[in-house]
Design a protein around this ligand. Sequence first.
Ligand code: SAH
Length: 389
Amino acid sequence: MVVVARRGVERLRAGHPWIYRSDVHAVEAAPGALVEMQTERGRPLGWALWSSTSQIALRAVGADLDPGDEAGWLAARLTAAVAYRETLDLDASAWRVVHAEADRLPGLVIDRYGDPSGVYLVVQALCQGMDRRLGLIVDWLQASLAPRGILARHDVKTRALEALDTGVAVLAGEVPDVVHVREGAFTLPTSLRTGQKTGLFLDQRENHAAAARYGRGRALDAFTYHGGFALALAGRAESVLALDSSTAAVNATRLHAAANQLTNVEVREANVFDELRELDVARERFDTLVLDPPAFARTRGALDRAVAGYKEINLRALKLLRPGGHLLTFSCSFHIDDVTLLEIVRAAASDAGAMVVVVEKRMQSRDHPVLVGVPETSYLKGLVLRRVA
Ligand code: SAH
């Protein structure tokens, strides 16, 4: 039983499932325990997972569960998460099965990677409550999804905040070093053990597909990682230049281009900030550009520097863009909201002497749904811009 202070109650009622430690009055619970929340007056507020160390002390899981049947409530939410993805008609063999708070399974991420040999699941338990229930979750996944292997990608900082061990471990079955994932028409040999996130940026899948229709003439994919945008653009563009500063990413993109018989993709290991400047100095011009940088603003404090970074690359990209061409620009920092991204683009266009129109607004793929009331779940924003003059 925990008593939640008024500010916490207001947050809950507004639709946010996190209660901070400073908004918890009294508590008697073990790390990761399922606890009943109450107002100061003793009114019930439903159930939550307790963390003994994180600033996010409670993560609400709802009122509609039987606390004596842990396997039951987990199964109900997992079943609903799987069923939702089945409605999406995804043109891929890999997708996010569970997107934490948005699936009422706070702190739990499960990604599915389909290979011709079978299905592999990558799990991240990011709070004590989910870590404690990992055995039940793995049992359900094995019984319901029959994967060939389940991997824990627990090599993430969030686990340290929860005083949980970090590392990568096979939880069930076997996980090969490389799985052959399909995204649209492309096959992507992927390492679930060492790839960023859980292997691929599944949240960009639908944006890769959307980008394909803008591929034209000479294209540039900056921050390519494993070539998601580069491959998509290569179908219609004459040539694609893909940039990444990581040797592993460059090698993976080369492998992916070759595995898909694409001969018009050139991959260059480079710092995007420097390379865009050099391309401009060399008077190179492009018809389609993609900017998909890592999160520059991981904290609110880093926001000013991040905005400057985003502006810099957007300015450089717009200078390289021929009139009539398209710039697809993304930010995956949740601190950068829609309004800020548009303002960054406005300032960049103004400095570049470019007139641009917004052709599309983009967000993360539908298997990563945004929970209304929880801005943290709306992290990926994108704009498709056309340079008019
Ligand atoms: N566009 C990719 C995801 C990009 S993730 C996709 O759709 O799958 C961001 C990538 O940027 C990472 O691969 C990282 O290695 C790379 N990166 C980070 N900083 C960079 C820099 N300054 N220059 C070039 N690449 C950078």
